[in-house]
Design a protein around this ligand. Sequence first.
Ligand SMILES: C[S@@+](CC[C@H](N)C(=O)[O-])C[C@H]1O[C@@H](n2cnc3c(N)ncnc32)[C@H](O)[C@@H]1O
Length: 334
Amino acid sequence: MQHVRRSPEEIAANRARYEEHQRKGLEFAPKALPAPSPLPAPPVDAVRVVHQEVIPGGWYWSTRIKRGETLRIAQQQGFSTVTLVAWNAAETSERLNLPDTVKMQWTTALSKGRVIFSDISQDLLDYCRKAADAEGLLARCAFVLAAADRLTGVADASVDAVTTRSVLIYVKDKAAALREFYRVLKPGGRVSLFEPINVLMSAADPDRFSGYDVTPVRALAAKVQAVYESIQPPGVDPMIDFDDRDLVRHTRNAGFPDIDLELRVSVKARKQPIPWEQFLRTSGNPLVPTFGDALDRSLSQQEAAEFTSYLRPLVETGAGLERRAVAYLTAAKE
Ligand SMILES: C[S@@+](CC[C@H](N)C(=O)[O-])C[C@H]1O[C@@H](n2cnc3c(N)ncnc32)[C@H](O)[C@@H]1O
């Protein structure tokens, strides 16, 4: 590179020109920040659209914009930003360098916190998007349809925290999910999980059906229970194949050096009393039939009547044990 020497007079002249430009610019500059743009941006009236084009990711495009025309750039998916440089055609030293502007907004958004909502259910993501929109928070949210054990679309070392509630209980390969959580976390990032530990709940009381002592109708209860076990085999189904020690082991194996797990087990002598019809419409979790369906599938009419006449008073008076076991796990990546 050739170094251009300037005389003190030239330096002073350049400086004066620069200051004059700055002074003129400040005369036109707004004296207060504009109000935030509405989100999402209001739709453009179709008859007023002069030109519309889809630019592939990583591609470039140029155009001439006349006074009074507006350019709108919208990103339908992905996380990257647009680089835009605009020159005044009549005075090319006057320009707008959007990469800097966008980076600034991006940084500001980051400091306020951004959330990636991820789930395997598109319905749930849509619901979540609506809720974020209603709060005016869409600009700080991203929605990723992915399984917890394969977080495709979330980059390595890109997030500060991963948090889930009652999600790993649905995931067969919990070890892989914890490896994914480790992968997407930045160094120093943290994971915070809440999981029910089902094997320490109803499965811990074989003489009970949903917490009610069914010893006098044991054979009938076993038939109803068999419906559930055929759908969710104990020790095999993701909901009942793990306990708190497995969560710690998977977390450790994923690479987290510091782990904290708090197990809370509570047993209450009474359950919430509920009307029998309501009990028949409930189920232990969303993946299994309701108690009413399970009764229909497993018992004859006479058996169902016998089972009902025994269980109904217990359900309606709350004469059963309420057992809960939940684990809170936190861990940090080095
Ligand atoms: C009991 S709900 C919990 C929802 C929410 N976390 C809460 O606490 O209200 C379980 C969620 O896990 C999601 N899920 C099930 N299997 C999953 C998987 N393999 N990967 C990611 N999410 C999964 C379901 O779609 C559902 O939204």
